[in-house]
Design a protein around this ligand. Sequence first.
Ligand code: F6P
Length: 473
Amino acid sequence: MSGSHEFVVVANRLPVDVQVSSKGKVSWDRSPGGLVTALHPVMQSQDGAWVGWSGRADTELDAFEADGMHLVPVPLSKAEVANYYEGFSNATLWPLYHDVIVNPVYHRTWWNSYLEVNRRFSEAAAGAAAQGATVWVHDYQLQLVPQMLRRLRPDVRIGFFNHIPFPPVELFGQLTWRKQVVEGLLGADLIGFQRTGDAANFLRAVRRFTDFTPRGQSVTIGQHWTRPERHVRVGTFPISIDSTQVDELARSEKTAQRAAELRRELGEPDVLLLGVDRLDYTKGIRHRIKAFGELLAEKKVTVPTTALVQVASPSREQVEQYRNLRQEVEVMVGNINGDYSSWGRSAIYYMHHSYPQEEMVALYRAADVMLVTALRDGMNLVAKEYVAARHDLGGVLVLSEFAGAADELGQALLVNPHDIEGLKSAMMRAATMEPPERRRRMRALRKRVLSGDVQSWARKFLTALAADRNPHE
Ligand code: F6P
């Protein structure tokens, strides 16, 4: 079983939104996202293939070409969407890997579906990869693919990158299938994480739950009579954004005009606070709204001189915890607006939508304070986008210390979002910060964000993967 592609990406989703007409005609739009931006050049230069789910249940599609990439759809039935995607990936692993902010749910049927779907992805990857190809597997939905693929295709180089945190062993140990998951990942030649803490947690999990003993940043998989000894390397590769593109977009006249227009539409507040998140309980949206509500109650801020815009893009709406969160957030927003809004002027402008990137960058430019209050986050690219959009050195970033971005963005106002008083103080400090301090902090943040982008992130990972040759080969 082998194919013709020298480079294969395996990710839960394809990088396009697929539409199928009633006559079965397939059309697609490129879906925005950092990963496709990063990998598009590599895909084009190396005749790459991308293996992933189209996002539609019960839809069998042939492989197709899109935007110079060869796309290999992996079908999922309705039951698999419920058990593998909404269930094991997003109601078991997602909360478990994000500090059990909500309780993970464990079901054996979900695990069986996760096994089955990971097997299907592995087979699709094995079918697409040429002899000796490089295969890069992404994220928590596909942790068993490296080992399954290695069994099918011992000739390929396998990299794995985890976009979300890897939990401490004390939490990870709850997972009945912890050994299988760690061994699944150890099928890779290189395993990448966002933060050094994630890599350390993984290495501890290897020590605790498998028969292998890590040495430094590497794990040796012992010799077997059919296979030579193999070294798995574990590293830290903090992901970034297409910073140049965001910077250029933010500098455009059109964006500047739209930013001014947005401020006018919001009634020219003195201070505009902004939150932009997927509607996910990991993002600390409730904490931020609570803090804002208390500042209003204490009259530290008032309407209409201060406004909060909260963009909460719809996400995983079939999963119970996400539906509960939406209810809670919307009740909070309703209460605060009921108490503090005036005719035509709201305390909170809550948008349950996704917007095109142009509109988001205009919002970043319009906002005086960006609130990133995640309770746990692999990286948080919104924080980096806000910084990349502020060439004017205006704006203050309030950033949770529990977001991966905090490791790099120390010049933000770092907060513990659980500490509501601390969060309120940081919000006030940000809102009233003197321009020289604001400029100094933003300049330092920009230096960091603009010095590395998502393309260089991909290059670093792939260079490490290529260099990491087994000495016995
Ligand atoms: O951050 C992890 C991640 O899976 C991203 O890769 C993705 O963009 C986001 O969460 C949304 O996930 P989903 O594919 O479940 O909508």
